[in-house]
Design a protein around this ligand. Structure first.
Ligand SMILES: [Zn+2]
Length: 59
């Protein structure tokens, strides 16, 4: 089967087998280029999520 998904950045249709999936945001991307551009535009949100997941007081 040739299932298609939609790239979050460029709205392009991409085969599921070729797409990248962001399991945190649950979004699909064509390739790393689209992901990186999306990440640039959503930097604040990504930092917030990273902080909630990975940052703790050391003491
Ligand atoms: Zn794309």
């Amino acid at each position: 089967m040739d299932e298609k998904v939609t790239c979050e950045l460029c709205d392009g249709n991409v085969r599921l087998d070729d797409a990248l999936f962001d399991e945190q945001a649950e979004l699909y991307f064509c390739d790393l280029g689209c992901f990186e551009e999306w990440a640039d535009e959503n930097f604040d949100e990504i930092v917030k999520q990273y902080r909630q997941l990975h940052l703790y007081h050391a003491g």
